[in-house]
Design a binder for this molecule. Structure first.
Ligand code: SAH
Length: 213
């Protein structure tokens, strides 16, 4: 695994691109400058790592577009030591961004192949999530709830109730909702029963799939 000055230069440019598209949070931009995205992809696709695009990884899934990762992360307003749940570990790139921001991360992936691969890979780069889980994100992670924030990185046909229930009061859920394309949606839990909902334009994700059973 190699990370060179050339890669670092390309990452700086990528962060500039993402900033030009409207991302302001410097901690998020610094995470993009730092994380060797090319190592999260198959080595033959290295050239694609630092363009602002999603790209196929194993099991017919994708590593999200850097702008999208940055956009979702910015909406979470992560503070150091926040307890964060991610649904859709995938390549682990978004996980790494959350860890760079100082979050304590729990992440769920339903594709065994990706779960195994990413569980081995992240620690090699020094990224230690609190827990990587092979399971169904629709259920959230009851035993570790409540969370300061929850991020869903696949397109959800509807907002799973357990995710709302597992948010702290004041906590934030960022979830792309829709089937053919998704509306980026932020829910802020105002009280036990009340949620503020905000919508942020259209994105495209691979689908959040129901349990395999
Ligand atoms: N955060 C990832 C994005 C991967 S794409 C990255 O940066 O690379 C979305 C991921 O969600 C895929 O890996 C897919 O397998 C996973 N996924 C889909 N449905 C799921 C579910 N019900 N529970 C957990 N993960 C799911």
């Amino acid at each position: 695994m190699k990370d060179t000055f050339k890669h670092k230069g390309m990452r700086n440019k990528l962060a500039d691109t993402v900033a030009r598209k409207g991302i302001k949070n410097e901690d998020v931009l610094n995470a993009i400058r730092k994380i060797p995205r090319h190592l999260f992809m198959d080595s033959s696709f290295e050239d694609h790592a630092y363009v602002d695009k999603a790209f196929p990884i194993a099991a017919e899934q994708t590593i999200s577009q850097p702008y999208t990762v940055a956009f979702q992360t910015e909406l979470l307003q992560i503070k150091k030591n926040d307890k964060v749940l991610e649904i859709g570990t995938g390549s682990g790139y978004q996980t790494a961004v959350l860890l760079e921001l100082g979050a304590r991360v729990y992440s769920i992936e339903r594709q065994k192949e990706l779960f195994k691969k990413t569980s081995l890979f992240l620690p090699k780069l020094g990224y230690r999530a609190k827990k990587l889980i092979f399971g169904d994100g629709y259920k959230g992670l009851e035993e570790e709830a409540p969370f300061d924030s929850i991020i869903v990185t696949a397109g959800a046909p509807f907002v799973p109730k357990p995710l709302m229930a597992q948010l702290k009061i004041g906590g934030r859920l960022v979830i792309p909702v829709g089937t053919s394309s998704q509306t980026m949606t932020l829910y802020i839990r105002k009280s036990e029963k009340e949620f503020e909902k905000r919508e942020f334009g259209s994105f495209r994700f691979v689908p959040l799939l129901e349990d395999k059973k």
